[in-house]
Design a protein around this ligand. Structure first.
Ligand SMILES: C[S@@+](CC[C@H](N)C(=O)[O-])C[C@H]1O[C@@H](n2cnc3c(N)ncnc32)[C@H](O)[C@@H]1O
Length: 496
């Protein structure tokens, strides 16, 4: 069973380690935020609403406010060298935000090392902003002798600075848990055009005699598979118009992940990505018939991954894929939903975000208002090219006529086409339903049918798979493509 966790990966890593004292994962790739002092925003389809930002923060890549002293102290009980390294950085002129970022990464990499098998490999995707201290951290955790490569992923991008060379590469640090035991499949690349012209596809061998003198190179008649792949990988970034692009910032190309997975795992192995974003590693692992674990702290990421894995396939196949994915961190039944709503630590807001983003595929309103506003929205198509809006209100506690009336008022004020009101079953009375009915109907210009303007959906309804009654719906995100052209291998499933 493949597993998708909606959680901070540190919690998952600690749980996995305490449940398995021996390492059990064959390959870990991570592509964490780079400490780029930038907030990444997911761009949503723009919607015409005055005071609603059409963007929502997907995750924040600024670390300066994170309290890191606790993390450094925790590291003291785990690894004294790592502790000394981080606390010394803290005592010199390194910005606090950098120390905070590095401590956050160090403790996670410490546990990644623990959950890897002895034959396992670790790939850390970063860029020149932080690759130098991250390499020190990995050297301390994995042992410098287990450093295998600094892979340069080079691509073409438009230059943004005129006072430096154009920055056209990322760095991927590759470590083995134990270089004497490493499981690695040598990959080959074509020989340079000039060599091919001279020798054709023949194998070139050179060597030394007993006294150490170099022997002249000889060509053998045998066909060679090419030369051993270099650590400089020239692979294009995902083009804006590509079918592969899902709209998630920092999405990496599947080709990059295919290469890593092919080199450092075999069919049936377990591959994990603890910062999995929109699931590039997961999608490549699934196609290459590996088992996988994905973790991300963002609701949006987890929802996108489920869609990405299932949408390209016909319903029956999609169902089998979905049944093979265990999602942890989201409620799966009504008791779990109630528990989440009641949690003291922002439970009510996490409950709202879960309903809006995971169950309804909408966008949670970044402005959390008590009443008189709306909790989320979902753009949809009124005609082929004209968009409308559904506003969403989620209530986890008691509701009365007042709440419905207020919501109807918000819908009218914002000129939204539809409103969806979500609450628990026992909170809806016949009176509330009648009040909602009185708001009338919505009729589309292009698509047939009459739809209640205010729709009350209960959490039970949503868990049963019932959704908003709509003439035609378009996701806020580009949906996973049904055209698998960008994928080189066959899209056959690992089961069936
Ligand atoms: C650079 S993106 C990964 C992109 C991914 N490789 C892809 O191709 O889509 C980093 C991801 O790390 C997630 N993230 C940030 N902090 C996290 C944490 N503590 N635990 C788990 N995920 C986290 C963010 O939500 C974001 O999706």
């Amino acid at each position: 069973m493949n597993k998708l966790y909606f959680s901070d990966c540190l919690k998952v890593l600690k749980d996995l380690h305490s449940a398995n004292s021996e390492g059990f994962i064959d390959l870990v790739y991570i592509d964490p935020p780079f400490n780029s002092k930038r907030d990444y925003n997911i761009l949503f389809e723009s919607i015409d609403m005055k005071d609603t930002k059409a963007q929502k923060e997907a995750f924040s890549d600024t670390w300066s406010n994170v309290s890191y002293i606790d993390t450094i102290n925790e590291i003291q009980s785990l690894d004294l060298d790592l502790y000394s390294f981080l606390s010394n950085l803290d005592s010199i002129k390194v910005p606090k935000g950098t120390v905070s970022y590095l401590s956050t990464m160090a403790i996670r990499i410490y546990y990644i090392h623990k959950v890897l098998k002895d034959t396992g490999s670790f790939y850390l995707h970063c860029d020149p902003t932080m690759s130098h201290p991250l390499k020190m951290i990995c050297d301390l955790i994995f042992g410098a002798k287990n450093f295998r490569n600094e892979i340069i992923w080079s691509y073409n991008k438009w230059a943004v600075s005129k006072i430096s060379f154009s920055r056209n590469h990322d760095i991927i640090l590759f470590y083995s848990k134990d270089m004497d035991n490493i499981s690695f499949n040598t990959l080959f690349q074509d020989r340079a055009a000039s060599t091919l012209k001279r020798f054709g596809k023949k194998k070139i061998v050179s060597g030394f005699n007993d006294t150490g003198e170099r022997l002249p190179s000889q060509t053998l008649e045998e066909e060679s598979p090419g030369v051993i792949m270099s650590d400089v990988w020239n692979l294009p970034i995902i083009a804006p118009s590509s079918n592969e692009r899902l709209g998630y910032p920092t999405q990496k190309p599947e080709k990059l992940l295919e290469r890593i997975i092919q080199a450092s795992s075999n069919k049936g192995d377990l591959v994990a990505d603890f910062f999995c974003g929109c699931g590039t590693t997961i999608a490549a692992a699934q196609r290459l018939k590996r088992n996988w674990i994905g973790v991300d702290i963002s609701h949006l990421a987890v929802k996108l991954i489920l869609d990405r894995l299932t949408q390209p396939y016909p319903a029956r196949r999609a169902k089998i894929i979905r049944e093979n994915i265990q999602v942890s961190g989201f409620p799966s039944d009504i008791d779990g939903a109630k528990m989440l709503a009641r949690e003291t630590d922002n439970g009510r807001f996490r409950f709202q975000d879960w309903i809006i983003e995971v169950m309804l595929g909408g966008v949670a309103n970044p402005k959390k208002t008590a009443d008189g506003g709306f909790d989320g929205y979902l753009p949809f198509y009124l005609t082929q090219d004209k968009k409308g809006n559904i506003l969403i209100e989620v209530k986890s506690g008691t509701i009365g006529l007042k709440n419905i009336r207020e919501f109807i008022h918000v819908i009218e004020k914002r000129k939204a086409e539809l409103g969806v009101f979500v609450c628990f079953e026992e909170q809806v009375s016949g009176e509330t339903r009648r009040e909602a009915k009185q708001a009338g109907y919505f009729e589309s210009e292009s698509y047939p049918g009459k739809y209640d303007k205010i729709q009350i959906l209960t959490v039970d309804d949503l868990l049963d798979g019932k959704g908003i009654a709509l003439p035609y719906r378009k996701e806020a995100f580009k949906t996973a493509t049904k055209n698998l052209d960008y994928i080189t291998d066959d899209p056959e499933l690992p089961f069936e």
